[in-house]
Structure formats: C-alpha cells, structure tokens
Design a protein around this ligand. Sequence first.
Ligand code: ZN
Length: 409
Amino acid sequence: MKISEQLLQKYAELMVRTGANVQPGQIVQLAVSVEQYEFAAMVIEACYKAGAKKVNVDWLSDVQSRLNFQYAEQEVLARVLPWEEEKMKQMVEDLPVRIYIESDDPDAMNGIDPGKITAVAQSRTKVLKPYRNAIDGKYQWLIAAYPSEKWAKKCFPDSPDALDRLWDAVLRTVRVQQDNDPVAEWKKHTDFIEKKAAWLNAQGFSSLKYHSDNGTDFTVSLIPEARWEGAGATNPVNQVFYIPNMPTEEIFTSPMAGACEGTLVAVKPLSWNSQLIEDFSITFEQGKAVSCKAAKGQKLLEQMLQMDEGAAMLGEVALVPKESPVNQCGFLFYNTLFDENACCHCAVGMGFKEVLPGGDDLTVEQAKEKGINDSLIHVDFMIGADDLSIDGIRPDGTSEPIFRNGTWA
Ligand code: ZN
C-alpha cells in the first residue's frame, strides 16, 4: 500500500478531532477490525492526545462473524450474555464517545441463511434496545472507514491496484489530501449543508413529491415541527459539536411515519446484512410498504420489510445532489456510509427523534406519538435518479421546486 503514514495520521486526527470531536476527560469506545490494528493505534493515540481519559477497543472480525453463523446454533448466537448487558449498562453510565471504523468485506456473509442473520439480530436487539434507547442522542459518535483488501476487491474485481483505488476514493470523499487542510475543507462543507438545511426549515413544507421516469412516483408527509438536519450534531449533554458520518453529504429529516403513498425505485443495489438486493422497488399504501420487487434478493427484501411493524414504514428522507464526491467516484462502494451519500435516499425503519425540538429528551413512545417511526432496523436505499425531481408542498397548497434533474433546483 502506497498511502503515506503522514496521510493516515491526518485521517486519524480528522476522525478524532473533527468527526467525533473527543474532549478532555471523555471515555472513547472504538470499534475497529483486527486487521487494522496499526491504524487503530493511530486513532487511539489521537484520542489520548485530544485528552481522552480512557480508550476501550472492540476488536471486530467479519471472518469470525461468518464462522459463528456457519457453525454455531441460532439460539446460541441469539442470546445476549450477562456480561454483554453489563457492558451496555456501563455505557449508559459513562456515555462514551463511540468511533466505529468500517472495513468489512461486503461479501462476508454470502451463502449464510439470511433468515438466521435476521433472527439473531432480532432477538439480540430486543434485549439491547432499551440500553441503546437510553444512550441515544446523548453521546458523540462517528462512523468512518478504512479500506480493506477484500472490500477493495469487491469494488474493483479486475484491478491489480484495487486497494489503492479504493483508498484514493475514500480519501477524496473525506476531503483528506496531501496538500490540503481537511479541517478547513470540512468547515466549508458543513457551512454549505447548514445553509441549505436552514432554507428548507424556513419553507415549512408539509409534504414532498418525488418523480422520476424510472417509475418513482411518491408523496410523503412531513412532521410539522420536525427539522431538516445535516452534517453535524450537538451532544446535548456537553454541547460538543460533532460530525457522526465521514463522509457526509446529506440533509435529512424523519417524515411522518405511516403517511406516504406511491412507489420508490432504487437506483443502486442495497447491501443489507452483508448480502445484496438489486434492481428493486417498494410500493407504499397508507404509509406502509405493501409490495416490493427485486431482481435479486427478493426474499431478503421481504424479510427486511417484515422485521417488525416499523420496518415497513419510512424513518428518513434525505437529499443529496448527484454531484456529490461519492457519486463522482462513479462506482458502488457496497457500503451504506458511502453509497447513501451518493444521491437522494429514503430509509425504512427507525426515525430520528433528534429532529424534533427537544427530541433528545423524548422517550421512544413520545417520539412515536409525534410521528417518528420506531423499529429494530434502519436501512437506507438510494432513489436519486439523474432526472429526479422533488417538490416541496406547503399546507396552503403552494409548492416550490427543491430538486430538478437530481440536484438542487
Ligand atoms: Zn441518510
């Protein structure tokens, strides 16, 4: 790998200082693949240099996960052990900063029964969800990526320099270059997103209307008091500004759960539970997915939409212009962190209560009453066709073009 240590250092520091924005005295919970132990050391050191009190590491391995699913019984994998629960209880108390570095092989779970994976996720999440709800919105977090050989091979199967190409793309999308100041670049970028979000919030749209020649014809109602957000968030516990996703290009909100009509046609494959769903569409009636069609992964898509009641309803609508650096890379990353930042998307499943005023203090039940969807899952899928138009409709019936031909009108 030709990538210089200096560039990696820049990236690690960007994650810690600008992304997660680790503050003196904070505990950090880092999740990273065992394969990236050298980069993990850079991140750990950057955390300590930022003043972290302690850095805990969850070492991940998609090879190990695969072997578990291949050989261990479903009931065994589905059980949350007492120590795992104790760990979550500790997190509720400590509210550590969480940094998650992705480098998974998109094909890691190929051939594993998707029913087994969803069943295991379902029972584990049932036990862990109360803890997740208790910390939700109260801590700084960051998801970023570190390319692995297998991930690169998936993106560029025939290329001898696949890893270099993936690195090049990743560093471009996170605005880390040899001769630039990534911190200044991110400031400019987040300012632009905040300006667009402020415009949307000032319009008071009550619904959005989507149209594209590929068959997308869709209307979704918005929650009157819900806000459009993007790029950064503020930890309400300590008022620290952080950027939870690197890269990030989207401006998003949670729509009114159970209030949408029509069909959304995906423009990119979806990688869910490490398996692919391709060429698909979802049709909604009275806010719920009533049918879906997929050229590949039909059963998986059906299972996904049936995970629970909320899995068939929308939790997010997001605007991303087609000129986004991720889209300009021109290939599929097979990873939602990147692919969701390529173009406009929606997500089925859990919504974001933080988009409501005072939302951080609402319980899941209270947020649900206001229209924020609740589910064990949150899955983004891309609908930003090159000709996509989106109109914002106000309560008095007047409308305003938001997107034309896949970008800001
Ligand atoms: Zn999104």
